[in-house]
Design a protein. Structure first.
Lengths: 115, 117
């Protein structure tokens, strides 16, 4: 069985500062990894995903994430945040070899960008 | 493509009433997922379909919940009778078939915000 842990429920940060949102996963098989973003009163939108290859993945809105297999982590980073980045961020994992596209989500991290 | 479409966007009902939530997946997608999001429990997978067939309904809370997918372009999630604890945001998502680009990615609808009084 797979699981995802997002240790930080909320991350306050000032505008233009860098930010890192942490994600650790547990799985006995190879996985795909995802970050989704949910803006207030909206659905989830794919931010970026790791399937294979380069461990550094770049996504939309200047975000990037690095897959670290030895530490079973997939932390999300942005060098300089904007007020508009205020949202809930969800890390998710799926089984690479599974017969389905079932995702396991973390509990989410609220990124609160302050002026 | 218009993306995943859900209706209604908001629903307010009284305890005991039947509630039906609707979802139209992205054309060509053969996986459809229903999720529930609450502050207490986060994002929960309720049920998912492949080619209109329910594959895993282990997340459905109880017999009051039922879901159907009569064809590739329409699915419903029904709650009968509804209770205040069912108040949540319900999301529908779809994903492409195996062997296609983006097959591993789920695309979410805007959600239905349900309030049961």
């Amino acid at each position: 069985a797979q699981s995802v842990t997002q240790l930080d429920s909320q991350v306050p940060v000032f505008e233009e500062a860098p930010v890192e949102l942490r994600c650790n996963y547990s799985s006995s098989v190879s996985v795909y990894l995802f970050w989704y973003v949910q803006y207030p009163n909206q659905g989830l939108q794919l931010l970026l995903k790791y399937l294979s290859g380069s461990t550094l993945v770049k996504g939309i809105n200047g975000f990037e994430a690095e897959f670290n297999k030895s530490q079973t982590s997939f932390h999300l980073r942005k060098p300089s945040v904007h007020i508009s980045d205020t949202a809930e961020y969800f890390c998710a994992v799926s089984d690479q070899d599974g017969a389905t596209n079932k995702l396991i989500f973390g509990t989410g991290t609220l990124l609160a960008v302050q002026p | 493509d218009a993306g995943v479409i859900q209706s209604p966007r908001h629903e307010v009902t009284e305890m005991g009433q039947e509630v039906t939530l609707r979802c139209k997946p992205i054309s060509g997608h053969d996986y459809l997922f229903w999720y529930r999001q609450t502050m207490m429990r986060g994002l929960e997978l309720l049920i998912y379909f492949n080619n209109n067939v329910p594959i895993d309904d282990s997340g459905m809370p109880e017999d009051r919940f039922s879901a159907k997918m009569p064809n590739a372009s329409f699915s419903t999630l029904k709650i009968q009778p509804s209770e205040p604890r069912d108040s949540a945001v319900y999301f529908c998502a779809s994903s492409p078939p195996p062997g296609t680009t983006g097959k591993e990615t789920q695309y979410f609808g805007p959600g239905t915000r349900l309030l049961v009084l």
